[in-house]
Design a protein around this ligand. Sequence first.
Ligand SMILES: NC(=O)c1ccc[n+]([C@@H]2O[C@H](COP(=O)([O-])OP(=O)(O)OC[C@H]3O[C@@H](n4cnc5c(N)ncnc54)[C@H](O)[C@@H]3O)[C@@H](O)[C@H]2O)c1
Length: 263
Amino acid sequence: MNLSQSTILVTGAAGVGVGFGVCQALEEVGARIIINDIDQNKIDKAVDQFTNAIGFKADLRQKEEVEKMFDQIATKVGVIDGLVNNAGVGLTKAVHEITEEEYDSLYDVNMKGVWRVTKYFVQQLLDNKRTGNIVNVSSVHAFASQPNYSTYASSKNAVEGFTRALAYELGQHNIRCNAIAPGMVHAEQNLDLIKQWATDPQQWVEDFIQDQQVLHKLIEPIDCGRAAAFLLSENSRAITGQTIYVDAGTTSMLFNKAFVTKK
Ligand SMILES: NC(=O)c1ccc[n+]([C@@H]2O[C@H](COP(=O)([O-])OP(=O)(O)OC[C@H]3O[C@@H](n4cnc5c(N)ncnc54)[C@H](O)[C@@H]3O)[C@@H](O)[C@H]2O)c1
């Protein structure tokens, strides 16, 4: 794969998880990377890790900030060829305990943020008569979930529905739209989350890999990144409207291994 002629915007790319992995993979294939995030310090540190990266701060919940970011990108970088809608937030809470504010705040990033950035991205492609590529970041929770995840899961289903419908809408302009759906990615923030229900998070992760994944290996951020890079490249030129599950087989299992081997 070679993306040396492409400039790709990755939202929420100054984190330690999937967005970072996407940037690592894009660096491997020579792309020019535009790192967006909400936090300028994190952006500065992230930009320093890559040879061909530039950062732009914008809170994707704010229309004015996203508009300003696209104006700045147009002036400083030019037309963007690819977009990875990575920025997302989680919510682990029972449905009856979630407040109106928490619900709106989740959807503001996970769905409205994806729509908003996509809107400006597509506009600049059409204005410049260019083709392009979108990769949205979904989750295994769009397929199968667990208690206290219904709102998060619904936001990722929205992203997958958006991906399929948008692929049809934008096909006439030769703009493709696909998604990746990561499983449990090996990143520090997940260990903090797992502390909420497991006394030994490291052991919980070990057990998860053995019982809940077909492949017994950690999913690293770069595994998600390489799937995104494939979808952004010409190697996937006939693929649109699809979601690739980067989950080491979690969503292929009808029964977990511990249950199957139970006597
Ligand atoms: N980590 C996982 O195991 C996992 C699994 C499935 C799906 N995902 C999805 O992957 C994506 C990335 O999540 P991650 O957990 O890997 O974290 P990450 O390390 O990629 O961090 C997410 C980033 O988004 C940024 N962000 C949050 N709100 C923002 C806003 N309003 N505007 C701009 N930036 C904002 C954060 O500052 C953070 O840097 C999310 O969409 C998440 O739902 C993650």
